[in-house]
Design a protein around this ligand. Structure first.
Ligand code: ATP
Ligand code: MG
Ligand code: MG
Ligand code: MG
Length: 465
C-alpha cells in the first residue's frame, strides 16, 4: 500500500466514525509565539482543547505536516542515525474535543490497526503511563491484549506535552516489533531506544493545561489527541524496517542520487538530503525564508546541512533545489500549495545554495586540515568559530561533521570566541558612535564620508590593526 493510500485509509476510517476531516495547518503556528514550528496534529486545535475556541464539530481527523528541528521537539540530530526520525513528517491524528475519551480512543486505534489494516496482534506492543490504571484496565480487560506485550512507563515517555505550556496529559502508545533481526528491546527494557520496537501511535489523554509556572489545571473537558507517523506506518505496511525504505523516500533518494551523482543508494548522506528537501521546501511554502535568526535560521541550517552532505558524496555544484520536482511528484497532490509554489521554492533554495557554495569548499578544506592534525577528540572553539564566522558553517553543521569522525566540538570555546567578537563589535560601535558625535558637533556635510564606516568595516579595521 502506497503512503498516499495509507493516508487516505486513515482519514476515511475516522470520517466514517463521525470525525470531520480538516486540512493540515501551516508549519508556522498561527498566533502561537510559544511554538517554533508545528510539531503535532493537535497544535492547530490548541485553543479548542483549552475551551477558548468552539468549532461546529467535536471530532476531527487530520494528516498534519510537522517539523521537529528545533524547540522542545528536535529530531535534527537523529536524521541519518535512526530508522524512524525525520525533520519533516506527516502526523495522522484523530481528535475528540470533550466528546469521547480513553475507551473509545483505544478501541478506534486497535480496530484500525488490527482489523482495518489487519496487522498481526503479536507484532504490536502497548504502553501506558504507570499511574493510568483506567487505560491499563481498558487494554488488558476490555481489549484483551496480551499482558506479555504491555508495559507501564514514566513521564519521560508517556506524558505528552506540546511545549513548556499548554494542553497535556498521560498517554498510551502502540509499538510495532520489526523482528529479532533488528537490534533493540521492548519499551521499558534496555535498548528500547533502538529501532526494533518502533513507536507508531501515541494516544494522548488530554486532561491538563500546563501553566507557565509549571502547575497544571484541569481542562474544561477531558479530550483525546492522537498522533501516528505516516512514514512509520508505511514502513510497517510495506514490510520494510526503515522509514527511508518506503515508496516516498525511495523516490526521493533516487532523485538525490541522480542530482548528486552518488551511486550508493544506501549512503546515509542521501537519506539526509531526502529528509531535508522535505522540511526545507515545506518551510519555504509556509513562508519561512533563510535568515540569521529564529525560524529562518533553522531553515538555513537544514539547507546547509543538506548541501554539505551533497558535497560529501562528491557534488560540488548546486543540486539541492533540483529535488523540488521529485518532491512535487511525490507530495504535490495532497499538498497543492507545494505544486503551486514550486518555482518560488526552487528560487529560494538555489539562492541559498549559491551563497553557501562560495565558502563551503574552503571551509571544508580548513576543517579537514584541522581534523587531520588533531590530537585528542575535540575540535577547538576557535576553529568552530572561524568556520561559523568566515565560512557560514552553523554550529550544528560542524558538530555533525565532527560526529562522523567520532569527534566533538568545543562549544564553550566557540562561545568564548563569539563573546570576544561581540565585545569587539560593541566597542567598535561605541567608537563609531563617537565618530558620529564628532560629526554632529562638526559640519555634517564636510564629514559625511565617515557615515560609510559601517560596524563591520570598523570591526575589520580593528581586527586587522
Ligand atoms: P520517538 O520516541 O520515536 O522519538 P515521540 O514519542 O517523540 O517518538 P510523539 O511526540 O509521541 O513521538 O509523536 C506521535 C507520533 O509521531 C509518533 O508515535 C511517531 O509515529 C511520529 N513521530 C514523532 N516524531 C517523528 C519524527 N521525527 N519523524 C517521523 N515520525 C515521528
Ligand atoms: Mg521523539
Ligand atoms: Mg516516544
Ligand atoms: Mg510518543
Amino acid at each position: 500500500m502506497k503512503s498516499s493510500e495509507i493516508r487516505e485509509r486513515f482519514l476515511s476510517f475516522f470520517e466514517k466514525n463521525g470525525h470531520t476531516r480538516i486540512d493540515s495547518s501551516s508549519l508556522v503556528p498561527v498566533n502561537d509565539p510559544t511554538l517554533l514550528f508545528t510539531n503535532a496534529g493537535m497544535n492547530q486545535f490548541k485553543e479548542v482543547f483549552l475551551g477558548l475556541d468552539v468549532r461546529d464539530y467535536n471530532r476531527a481527523t487530520t494528516s498534519q505536516r510537522c517539523v521537529r528541528a528545533g524547540g522542545k521537539h528536535n529530531d535534527l540530530e537523529n536524521v541519518g542515525y535512526t530508522a524512524r526520525h525525520h525533520t519533516f513528517f506527516e502526523m495522522l491524528g484523530n481528535f475528540s474535543f470533550g466528546d469521547y475519551f480513553k475507551e473509545d480512543a483505544i478501541r478506534y486505534a486497535w480496530t484500525f490497526l488490527t482489523e482495518e489494516l489487519g496487522l498481526p496482534k503479536d507484532r504490536l506492543w502497548v504502553t501506558v503511563h504507570y499511574e493510568d490504571k483506567e487505560a491499563e484496565d481498558i487494554w488488558l480487560n476490555k481489549m484483551g491484549i496480551d499482558p506479555n506485550r504491555f508495559s507501564r512507563m514514566g513521564d519521560k515517555d508517556n506524558f505528552w506535552m506540546m511545549g513548556d505550556t499548554g494542553p497535556c496529559g498521560p498517554c498510551s502508545e502502540i509499538f510495532y516489533d520489526h523482528g529479532p533481526e533488528v537490534a533493540g528491546g521492548p519499551p521499558g527494557s534496555e535498548g528500547d531506544d533502538l529501532d526494533r520496537y518502533i513507536e507508531i501511535w501515541n494516544l494522548v489523554f488530554m486532561q491538563f493545561d500546563q501553566q507557565p509556572d509549571g502547575s497544571r489545571v484541569n481542562l474544561p473537558k477531558p479530550s483525546v489527541d492522537t498522533g501516528m507517523g505516516l512514514e512509520r506506518l508505511s514502513a510497517v505496511l510495506q514490510h520494510v524496517h526503515s522509514n527511508y525504505e518506503i515508496d516516498l523516500f525511495q523516490a526521493l533518494i533516487k532523485a538525490a542520487a541522480k542530482v548528486t551523482g552518488a551511486s550508493n543508494l544506501e549512503d546515509k548522506s542521501l537519506r539526509v538530503i531526502a529528509d531535508h528537501i522535505r522540511s526545507a521546501a515545506f518551510l519555504v511554502v509556509d513562508g519561512v525564508m533563510p535568515s540569521n535568526e529564529g525560524r529562518g535560521y533553522v531553515l538555513r541550517r537544514i539547507i546547509r546541512r543538506a548541501i554539505r552532505h551533497g558535497h560529501k558524496v562528491g557534488q560540488k555544484g548546486v543540486f539541492f533545489y533540483q529535488l523540488v520536482d521529485a518532491l512535487v511528484a511525490e507530495m504535490g497532490q495532497p499538498y497543492p500549495e507545494l505544486a503551486r509554489l514550486a518555482e518560488q521554492v526552487k528560487k529560494v533554495l538555489r539562492q541559498e545554495e549559491e551563497q553557501f557554495a562560495k565558502t563551503l569548499d574552503n571551509g571544508m578544506r580548513l576543517l579537514t586540515e584541522v581534523i587531520e592534525g588533531l590530537e585528542g577528540q575535540v575540535i577547538p572553539g576557535e576553529t568552530v568559530f572561524k568556520l561559523y564566522d568566515t565560512y557560514g558553517f552553523p554550529l550544528d553543521l560542524t558538530a555533525d561533521i565532527a560526529r562522523e569522525h567520532d569527534l566533538i566540538i568545543d562549544e564553550d570555546g566557540f562561545n568564548k570566541s563569539m563573546e570576544r567578537q561581540r565585545k569587539l563589535s560593541q566597542e567598535s560601535s561605541d567608537f563609531s558612535m563617537k565618530i558620529e558625535q564628532v560629526i554632529d558637533f562638526g559640519s555634517k556635510t564636510e564629514f559625511s564620508g565617515y557615515e560609510v564606516l559601517s560596524d563591520d568595516a570598523v570591526v575589520a579595521a580593528l581586527l586587522d590593526g
